[in-house]
Design a protein around this ligand. Structure first.
Ligand code: UGA
Length: 420
C-alpha cells in the first residue's frame, strides 16, 4: 500500500520516515522547497536523534519528498495529515493550514482514499471540518473517502524511539473499514490499541498533554513552596514518584514547560472550554504557574547576585529542552527578554539553536562554547538541560540552574537551583 504524508515538520517527517522504515512506500509533501530538497538529499531539516541515519537508509528507496501535494495524493491510498495547528492570539487553534490542504486534496480525489489526521485538533474537527470540507466538494464519506483520527505522542528528541515503541495507538473514526486499514498499517506495533469515536480520539490527545503539563505545573508549585522552606524539591519528587499511582515521570521542577505542544494545546483547550460555557480553572492555573516560572529564576538571580542592571550574565541553553533545535515557546527566550528589560549584559551558548536565536536577538554576545560563557560572565544561568553542560568547569562562578541539570550528578561548587 502506498502512503503519503502532508506536512514534513517535526511530526510529519518522523511519521513519513517511520512508515518507510516499516516497509511502506511513502511520498512526503511540503510547501517548503528547501525542506523537500533537504529530505531528498538525506539532510535532516531538523535536529532529531537518529534521523540522519534513518534518512540514509530509506531515501529514496522507500521515501521521497515533493512539493506537489496533488501528485502525492493521486499516487497514494492513505494520507497522513500532519500540518500545524498553531495558536491564534487568544489561544484559539488555527485551522487555516488544515483547511487549505483539504480544499486542494478534494479537487484530485478519484478513488477511495483514507485520511489519517495526526495534527492536533480540538474535538469536533474531524467531523465538522475534515469530513464537511470533503463533502462540500462533492465527495461521499465512506464511499469516496474516509477519515481516522490518530493523534501523535512523539516527544521531540526521542521521536524515532517513540514512533517505533508507542505506549498506545489511538484510532478514532466512525468508519470500520478505515479503522481496519489503519490498524493493519500499524500491525507491527505490539502496544494496546484504543479504538473510539472521532471526538474521543481528539480529546485523548488534549487530555494527555494537559495532564502532563499539569504534572509539571504541580511540581513547580510544590518546588516554589519548597524553595521558600529551604526544602529540596527533587527529594520531594523522588519520594512522591515512588508511589505507583503518581509515578516518577514529569516531576522535574524548573523554569516550566515550553515547546510547540503543551502551551498551545492547553491554551486551545482553555479557549474551547470557555467558548462552550465551561470555566477550566485548573487548566488556567496550569498556564498561570507556567507563565511565571521563568521569573522565579530571575527573582533568585536578583536576590542572590543583584542588581541585574549592567551585570554580565551567561546563559547556557536556548532550546525548550535538550535533544532538539526547537526554540518554540522556550522559557529561555522569555528569560532573555526579561533580562534585557533589566539591562543585563548577556552572553549565550547553545549547541543547536544559536542561529535561530540570533535572528530574534541579533545584538547579544554569542559564544563559541559553553566554557566561554562561563569565562565571560559573572553569573551563569542554566536554561536547557544539555548533558554536555555537566562536563563544564564552573570554577567558583555562581551557577543558577533552571533546568535541573545536576539532578542526579555532582553539582558545581557555587550552585543554586530554582526549586531545590
Ligand atoms: C510533548 C509530549 O510529551 C508528547 O507526548 C506529545 O506528542 C508532544 O508534546 C506533542 O503534542 O506533539 P515535547 O513537547 O516534545 O512532547 O516535549 P516533552 O518532553 O513532553 O517536554 C515538554 C516541556 O516540559 C519541556 O519544556 C520540558 O523541559 C518540560 N518538562 C518535562 C519539565 O519541565 N519537567 C518534566 O518533568 C518534564
Amino acid at each position: 500500500m502506498k502512503l503519503s504524508v502532508v506536512g514534513l515538520g517535526y511530526v510529519g517527517l518522523i511519521q513519513a520516515a517511520g512508515m518507510a522504515k516499516l516497509g511502506y512506500e511513502v511520498i512526503g509533501t511540503d510547501i517548503d522547497k528547501e525542506k523537500v530538497d533537504n529530505i531528498n538529499n538525506r539532510v535532516p531539516p531538523i535536529y532529531e536523534k537518529g534521523l540522519k541515519e534513518l534518512l540514509d537508509e530509506i531515501v529514496p528507496r522507500k521515501l521521497t519528498a515533493t512539493q506537489d501535494l496533488k501528485k502525492a495524493i493521486k499516487e497514494s491510498e492513505v494520507t497522513f495529515i500532519c500540518v500545524g495547528t498553531p495558536s491564534k492570539r487568544q489561544g484559539e487553534m488555527s485551522l487555516h493550514q488544515l483547511e487549505n490542504v483539504l480544499k486542494q486534496i478534494s479537487t484530485v480525489l478519484d478513488k477511495y482514499h483514507v485520511f489519517v489526521i495526526k495534527s492536533t485538533v480540538v474535538p469536533g474537527t474531524c467531523e465538522n471540518v475534515v469530513i464537511k470540507t470533503m463533502e462540500n466538494a462533492g465527495k461521499r464519506y465512506k464511499v469516496d473517502f474516509s477519515v481516522v483520527m490518530n493523534p501523535e505522542f512523539l516527544r521531540e528528541g526521542e521521536a524515532i524511539e517513540d514512533f517505533f515503541a508507542p505506549d498506545r495507538v489511538v484510532l478514532g473514526s466512525s468508519d470500520e473499514k478505515a479503522l481496519s486499514i489503519v490498524k493493519m498499517l500499524y500491525s507491527e506495533f505490539k502496544c494496546p490499541f484504543v479504538e473510539s469515536g472521532f471526538k474521543e480520539a481528539e480529546m485523548i490527545k488534549y487530555a494527555s498533554n494537559a495532564f502532563l503539563a499539569t504534572k509539571i505545573s504541580f511540581i513547580n508549585e510544590i518546588g516554589n513552596i519548597s524553595k521558600i522552606y529551604g526544602i529540596d524539591a527533587n527529594v520531594v519528587a523522588k519520594g512522591m514518584g515512588l508511589d505507583k499511582r503518581i509515578n516518577p515521570h514529569f516531576l522535574r521542577s524548573g523554569i516550566g514547560f515550553g515547546g510547540s505542544c503543551f502551551p498551545k494545546d492547553v491554551s486551545a483547550l482553555v479557549y474551547k472550554a470557555t467558548e462552550l460555557g465551561y470555566n477550566p480553572r485548573l487548566m488556567r492555573s496550569v498556564l498561570d504557574v507556567n507563565r511565571d516560572q521563568p521569573l522565579k529564576l530571575i527573582e533568585l538571580l536578583d536576590r542572590s547576585a543583584g542588581p541585574i542592571k549592567g551585570k554580565k550574565i551567561g546563559l547556557l541553553g536556548l532550546t525548550f529542552k535538550s535533544g532538539t533545535d526547537d526554540i518554540r515557546e522556550s522559557p529561555a527566550l522569555l528569560t532573555i527578554k526579561e533580562l534585557l528589560m533589566e539591562e543585563a549584559k548577556l552572553c549565550i551558548y547553545d549547541p543547536k539553536a544559536m542561529d535561530k536565536v540570533q535572528k530574534i536577538f541579533p545584538h547579544l554576545t554569542y559564544e563559541k562554547t559553553g566554557q566561554d560563557v562561563i569565562k565571560n560572565s559573572e553569573v551563569v544561568l542554566i536554561l536547557t538541560e544539555w548533558p554536555q553542560f555537566r562536563e563544564l568547569d564552573f570554577g567558583n562562578k555562581l551557577v543558577i540552574d533552571g533546568k535541573n541539570l545536576f539532578y542526579d550528578g555532582k553539582r558545581p561548587k557555587n550552585y543554586m537551583g530554582i526549586c531545590w
